[in-house]
Design a binder for this molecule. Structure first.
Ligand code: GAR
Length: 208
């Protein structure tokens, strides 16, 4: 039986598209059960609709306005996502730190994609940070990683896959981002392919 994925996004959704395409091509034995965005204008929501995947917009703002906590938002988000009974929750450009209130509901089942190598450039500006470090002569490559999300640390956790991406003299944010995204689209799908083959293992431990 195919694995069920919940994909969480905040923006363009090009990695979501890579998953959609792999599923449609039959090269990833999975079904995207739901796409959730915390941003209304995220183009990834449009990609989900085009692929006839259920989509949810779930913003933090009403919680802030109502003096409710991030923990409550995360708990309600978990309830929304768990209604789709996903085997894996995939953070594909999800720009919101998830707390134990969410992660505790999907132990060892949350996977994050990040445009940097392990331990380097966490956060929302990894590509800018890598270019700046390159400019200072500190690095000659950056990379991409896919990792499990065991706790609320940012872009950290047991690494499932990583790949270096060279930085070239003359690279701009756009040229480096293009090269990184091309690697991401492949690496994320390859990693999910491995995970969905292992999903029948117990939910404790990484299963890897
Ligand atoms: C991707 O580069 C992903 O690695 C990054 O957001 C981008 C989303 O692109 N995630 C992070 O920086 C997490 N800290 P997409 O919306 O086109 O898939």
């Amino acid at each position: 039986m195919e694995a069920k994925l919940a994909v969480l996004i905040s923006g363009n959704g090009s990695n979501l598209q890579a998953i959609i395409d792999a599923v449609a091509a039959g090269s990833l034995d999975a079904q995207i059960a739901v796409v959730v965005s915390n941003r209304k204008g995220a183009y990834g929501l449009e990609r989900a609709r085009r692929a006839q995947i259920p989509d949810r917009y779930f913003p933090l703002k009403p919680y802030r306005d109502g003096q409710r906590s991030r923990a409550e938002y995360d708990a309600d988000l978990a309830t929304q996502v768990s209604a789709y009974a996903p085997d894996w929750v995939v953070l594909a450009g999800w720009m919101h730190i998830l707390s134990e209130q969410f992660l505790g509901r999907f132990p060892n089942r949350v996977v994050n994609l990040h445009p940097a190598l392990p331990g380097q450039f966490p956060g929302a500006h990894a590509i800018e940070d890598a270019l700046a470090a390159f400019g200072r002569g500190e690095i000659d490559h950056t990379g991409v990683m896919v990792h499990l999300v065991p706790d609320a640390r940012v872009d950290e956790g047991p690494v499932l896959a990583q790949e270096a991406v060279p930085i070239r003299p003359g690279d701009t944010h756009a040229t480096l981002a293009d090269r990184i995204h091309a690697v991401e689209h492949r690496l994320l799908v390859e990693t999910l392919r491995q995970l969905v083959g292992k999903r029948t293992q117990p939910a404790t431990g990484t299963g890897m």
